[in-house]
Design a protein around this ligand. Structure first.
Ligand code: KG4
Ligand code: ZN
Length: 513
């Protein structure tokens, strides 16, 4: 089953959507918009929202919760918690409460209090399961219904585990990403992309990407700190991607990370980019169940991994022997006269097309390849086949022998071929290794047909499919911060300052010392 939601810190821009839920859930008891606004921006307030990550319905809020902190007396109060009626029963309430409790622990609060309606046993059971105890009753607290409030308390003192505040820097390709996490909680994920600068070249130009990182790093860093509401001085450690990726681009991030670590006197962790794509799942689901197979597909990589342990046992099962999957989309888009980046353009063009119109080749799937290259990919033959098909169709149309080429059919048939190969090999990897879990990552995961086919085949084979929110699927700093945080909490030593950027860093090296 795929979780279709995620949690993040709330801000003022969420006010209208929060009020929609507030009115839906509490009707006559609802807070006014002014009160809610004061809460969202108030000092010592911590508000989180749950949002939908379904492609058709992105970013729609489906719940929220707030905590008021009183640091002087080390107490917290759960101010409110709400989940839209249509999203109940999927663990959202528990996840929202956990986010508040993580903040309470971080703020070193000793007790957290809440009030719950006496006629709401479902909520009381949830709070009890989280460790809250019934300590008092306020008679007829909820008016006009005349319902009592049960006061509950959770004692936290003594169990506060240190959750490190980690800043992650990612610059391996064309996205400058800065992420900030506290333990497993995402506080900020800011991305600045130079994709548009590469558009007229039809692909990422390394030198242009490196320069863009240099310009974007400062502003992106400041925006991330502002979003997370933390200062640089509060950061406990820096994590940075040191490979694989474009050497010049990586060097910008590595240089910046070292400068920050030295100037702030904080430890630094050099993290593998591909492992970041896998570990990002922790920010949404709290733990990464292993073993898991991971399929990472973007403009720069097409890798199939077997992850037995995120921090010290990651195996590369296979990868592309020529173009990356995203690159294939970009190149075929050019052949079809579509813009860069090609993936979304082809997705759009393929709507309404017949995926069976043309049987394009599935690279490395012949019986002989399925031994030697069972988990490897090849897209260059497919790309050539599409180019040839287009040439022939255009020549026939020009000679008046046939109607104009049907772009939708070509796009749909190409997309089908890519999705089919990717999903077939990923599912094979799961079945061969007896792993009932598949995690997807990378920008190509935005592809509709790929998502659909992955879901279909995973369901058919009893494999749990995990797809992070798209903002965490594409290259980002939060995934790097998440790995840094995992390394720290597991007691790994920091990296020295003498590691370099390694464009071909193997995935077996999770952290470079
Ligand atoms: O992960 P990503 O943002 O980072 C880089 O590789 O830099 O991936 C970008 C790639 C591009 O090649 C783009 O064409 C592809 O992901 N992509 C897609 C879709 N959206 C983006 N490919 C197929 N279908 C899509 N909907
Ligand atoms: Zn990537």
């Amino acid at each position: 089953m795929t979780a279709n939601w995620a949690i993040r810190i709330a801000d003022e821009n969420d006010l209208d959507q929060i009020m929609r839920i507030e009115n839906e859930c509490f009707a006559s008891d609802a807070w006014s918009i002014e009160n809610m606004h004061d809460e969202l921006v108030g000092a010592e307030r911590f508000y989180v929202v749950a949002y939908s990550t379904i492609a058709e319905d992105p970013d729609r809020l489906i719940g929220y919760a707030g905590l008021a902190k009183s640091p002087l007396v080390a107490q917290g109060d759960v101010q409110t918690i709400a989940v839209t009626p249509s999203s109940r029963g999927i663990g959202l309430g528990r996840a929202l409460m956990n986010a508040l409790l993580a903040e309470a622990k971080r703020a070193k609060l000793k007790d957290v209090f809440l009030e719950v309606r006496a006629d709401n046993p479902t909520a009381q059971n949830l709070y009890r399961a989280l460790g809250f105890e019934h300590i008092d009753v306020r008679k007829r607290y909820y008016q006009p219904d005349d319902v009592d409030a049960i006061v509950m308390r959770l004692i936290l003192a003594g169990e506060a585990k240190h959750e490190p505040l980690v800043l992650g820097i990612e610059s391996s390709c064309d996205e400058t990403g800065i992420g900030i996490v506290r333990g497993n909680t995402l506080l900020a994920n800011v991305i600045s992309s130079s994709m548009e600068m590469h558009a007229r070249f039809g692909g990422v130009v390394p030198e242009v990407a490196a320069r863009a990182h240099l310009e974007a790093l400062g502003p992106t860093l400041h925006e991330a700190l502002a979003t997370a509401k933390v200062s640089l001085e509060e950061i406990d450690a820096i994590a940075v991607t040191n490979g694989p990726g474009l050497a010049g681009a990586l060097m910008v991030g590595v240089g910046a990370a070292k400068a920050l670590a030295v100037s702030l006197g904080k430890p630094i962790y050099a993290v593998n980019h591909l492992v970041g794509h896998v570990g990002v799942d922790i920010l949404e689901r709290g733990e990464l169940e292993t073993p898991t197979v991971a399929l990472l597909v973007s403009g720069g990589h097409t890798s199939l991994l077997l992850v037995r342990d995120l921090l010290n046992d990651v195996e590369l099962l296979g990868e592309t022997i020529d173009d990356a999957a995203g690159e294939a989309f970009d190149k075929v888009a050019r052949v079809l006269g579509l813009r860069y980046p090609g993936g979304p353009e082809i997705d759009r063009a393929a709507e309404g097309g017949d995926p069976k119109a043309i049987r394009f080749p599935r690279g490395l799937t012949l019986p002989k390849d399925m031994h030697k290259h069972r988990y490897d990919f090849s897209f260059s033959g497919l790309k050539t086949a599409v180019a040839r098909h287009v040439e022939v169709a255009q020549a026939k149309a020009a000679a008046g022998e046939a109607a104009d080429m049907n772009v939708a059919d070509v796009a749909a048939s190409f997309r089908e071929a890519v999705a089919d190969v990717l999903v077939t090999k990923a599912v094979n990897a799961c079945l061969d290794h007896n792993v009932p879990r598949l995690l997807l990552g990378g920008g190509v995961i935005a592809n509709r047909r790929l998502r659909e086919l992955a879901k279909e085949r995973c369901d058919a084979n009893g494999i749990e499919l995990r797809i992070p929110a798209l903002s965490l699927c594409t290259d980002n700093g939060a995934m790097i911060a998440a790995i840094g945080s995992q390394l720290i909490m597991a007691g790994y030593e920091p990296s020295g300052l003498d590691f370099g950027a390694d464009s071909t860093l193997p995935v077996t090296t999770v952290q470079t010392r």
